[in-house]
Write a protein that binds this ligand. Structure first.
Ligand code: GNR
Ligand code: NI
Length: 172
């Protein structure tokens, strides 16, 4: 396994739209394993392939709070439909926007259809944090970030601060 580099806002590669996975083969499984290693290492609860510069419709989630009892979920070519559109407000963070947390409103309950790690079709109803996370990750696959839901001013502030950090790191 290996750790992958996580792209950070405002990297333009985070804006690319991911392409469908046409075969769940050994290479995809290797990518999935590397993504889990990367996500757990960064203490994230979700990771989309886009964030590690892989333009494939693939995301992983583990919202289990007990480190000893992981619940790794894999969604390949996910399709989402809204079951309950009532806005649900949750404070979001993102491994690609490190250090910033803001409230975002999304539909309360969704149905997700996807393929699992074995390439078998799965369906899952999600609400609460899981619904938030799945919608956040599918946004990544479409080149969208949670900061896009914020005001222009807030987004611009976050962008400037992260750009400054990136410059400092590059010259360190
Ligand atoms: O680790 C993460 N935490 C989180 C918290 C609230 C809403 C969404 C998330 S996803 C984020 C990991 C990440 O950036 N996934 O793309
Ligand atoms: Ni994210």
């Amino acid at each position: 396994m290996s750790l992958l580099e996580i792209l950070e806002f405002p990297d333009p590669r985070l804006r690319k739209k991911a392409l469908p996975v046409n075969k769940v083969d050994a290479a995809i499984k290797q990518t999935i394993d590397n993504m889990f290693e990367t996500m757990y290492s960064a203490s994230g609860i979700g990771l989309a392939a886009t964030q590690v510069n892989i333009q494939k419709r693939l995301l992983i989630i583990d919202i289990a709070d007990e480190e000893e009892d992981p619940n790794p979920l894999v969604f390949i070519n996910p399709e989402i439909t809204v079951i309950d559109p009532e806005p649900y407000r949750h404070e979001e963070g993102c491994l690609s926007v490190p250090g910033y947390y803001e409230f975002v409103e999304r539909p309360t309950k969704v149905l997700v259809k996807a393929l699992n790690r074995e390439g078998d079709p799965i369906e899952m109803e999600a609400e609460g944090l899981l619904a938030v996370c799945i919608q956040h990750e599918i946004d990544h696959l479409n080149g969208k970030l949670f900061v896009d839901y914020l005001s222009v001013l807030k987004r611009q502030r976050i962008k400037s601060k992260l750009e400054k950090e990136h410059k400092q790191k590059a010259s360190a």
